[in-house]
Design a binder for this molecule. Structure first.
Ligand code: NAD
Length: 459
């Protein structure tokens, strides 16, 4: 606890010195971060394989490549982002001028999650550095190889007096939360998000909560104007592709019309075989479950007697390898744990409806998701989905790709969190927009001052 407090105090001292505010310092740190990632690609691949069995291609696509893209974007834009912006003023203010100056919060705390243990720590850090903050990073202890690697590499590349990694489990997280921060950026579950917010309230610290939830994918059959083959690949890619379903924006469940279900299951099975072979247990393209606790949690979701009968594909597992086969379930009970909580694993329930329009009501009767996916070529249905539902984002005819688009804000709403990041939004998330007004002394309007009288009221 004392060492933690010392680390925070050291960072505070650095921030006070003004060093991190200089755009030159920010750019140097971003360049160093870029080198860190590029120089150590192989080490990251190894650590991600050790923690999650992540294949290097998936590791590059979802982690290393994401960080490289974000840091390049920040490097080319940070000067523009950090510059003060002239603000227009109403005539009443003449002659005056005004500007909005982004200023760093100070010393920020970034919590990462284990499913993307590199990008979900470094991506927010890019925003924190771009905005001129000092930062402490707390990677997830459930991905220990990645946490250890970050703790080793960051002091070798970045300014040790301004960026630190603190490793540890829940006890360390709790101690960190007892410190005073100028901003907390948390990626994790809604239940821990509540703990973070309560701790932040003690110091009125602003928070960004990147949480999870159940992301639905609507698969429409109203219009035949979209590509069914591509749709099936994108559904399989959006469910099992990222970290074997252990992804906050991965598809949690599908909503389809009843008459479409058997075609859908057949098609998904074909793609699953194409992607992961006849025996997915031997596939190198599918991540393992992070640990025994999550393995047992997922197994018990499947083994729930009310749910087990609904398995139409897969259902096998290997405890020693922490492997769970891609599994499809048809109409599991809606009050089962599988359908009430976030699955965060390779189980895909398909819920059938009489009419695809009912999907809107279905989604609205549950907490607001981080993402809604919808495969449809029907423009009026698209408009209806956007207008009548609420979620962090809506993606039509694809899955997951929104995460790498720096021009779109990424974040949740309601139970899936609040705040947003990526690209300029990351910079904004770690900045306070300070308004500065420069006034002249003329003209001086006397009616603004007492004593009040009828003349001044009419004025
Ligand atoms: P988690 O909430 O268990 O842990 C996140 C962090 O909180 C870890 O660093 C952990 O050490 C810390 N923590 C855990 N328990 C704590 C406690 N009692 N007090 C203080 N700190 C504590 O989440 P997780 O298991 O790492 O990740 C899974 C969740 O994260 C899922 O809900 C998923 O949807 C969500 N997630 C969201 C995003 C996003 O971008 N929105 C991305 C990835 C994961």
């Amino acid at each position: 606890m004392e060492r933690l407090a010392e680390s925070v105090a050291e960072l505070r001292q650095t921030f006070k010195s003004g060093k991190t505010r200089s755009v030159g310092w920010r750019k140097n740190q971003l360049k160093a971060l870029s080198e860190l990632v590029r120089d150590n690609e192989e080490k990251f691949f190894e650590a991600l394989y050790q923690d999650l069995g992540k294949h290097p291609v998936e590791a590059y696509r979802d982690e290393i490549g994401v960080v490289v893209k974000s840091v390049d974007c920040a490097l080319s834009c940070v000067e523009k982002w950090a510059a003060s912006k002239k603000a227009s003023l109403p005539l009443l203010f003449f002659p005056s001028r005004a500007e909005v100056i982004p200023e760093p919060f100070g010393v920020v705390l970034i919590f990462g999650s284990w499913n993307f243990p590199i990008s979900l720590v470094l991506d927010p850090l890019i925003g924190a550095i771009s905005a001129g903050n000092a930062a402490i990073l707390k990677p997830s202890d459930l991905a220990p190889a990645c946490s250890y690697l970050l703790a080793n590499l960051i002091p070798q590349y970045l300014d040790r007096n301004a960026v630190k990694v603190i490793e540890g489990g829940v006890d360390v997280s709790q101690q960190l939360l007892q410190q005073k921060w100028d901003k907390i950026f948390f990626t994790g579950s809604p239940s821990v998000g509540r703990i973070v917010m309560a701790a932040a309230a003690q110091h009125l610290t602003p928070v960004t909560l990147e949480l999870g939830g159940k992301c639905p994918a609507i698969v429409d059959t109203i219009s035949k104007t979209y590509d069914m083959k591509v749709t099936m690949k994108r559904i399989v890619g959006g469910k099992w592709g990222p970290c074997s379903g252990q992804a906050c924006i991965g598809i949690d469940y599908l909503l389809v019309e009843e008459k479409f279900a058997s075609f859908l299951i057949d098609s998904l099975q074909k793609i699953l075989r194409r992607f992961y072979g006849e025996n997915p247990r031997e596939s190198k393209s599918i991540c393992r479950i992070i640990n025994n606790h999550h393995f047992m949690r997922l197994k018990s979701l499947m083994k729930d007697p009310l749910v087990a009968d609904s398995i139409v594909h897969g259902g096998s597992f290997d405890e020693e390898k922490l492997f769970i086969e891609p599994t499809i379930l048809l109409n599991p009970p809606l009050d089962s744990e599988l359908m009430t909580g976030e699955i965060f694993g390779p189980l895909l329930p398909i819920i059938t409806l009489n009419n695809i329009q009912e999907s809107i009501e279905f989604i609205n009767s549950r907490p607001k998701p981080l993402a809604i996916y919808a495969f449809t070529g029907d423009e009026s249905f698209k408009k209806q989905i956007v207008a009548e539902t609420s979620s962090g984002c809506v993606v039509f005819n694809d899955t997951m790709v929104q995460f790498i688009c720096d021009t779109l804000p990424f974040g949740g709403v309601g139970q899936s969190g609040f705040g947003r990041y990526h690209g300029k939004y990351s910079f904004d998330t770690f900045s306070h927009e300070k308004s500065v007004l420069h006034r002249g002394f003329f003209p001086e309007l006397e009616p603004r001052y007492p004593p009040w009288n009828d003349f001044k009221l009419k004025f």
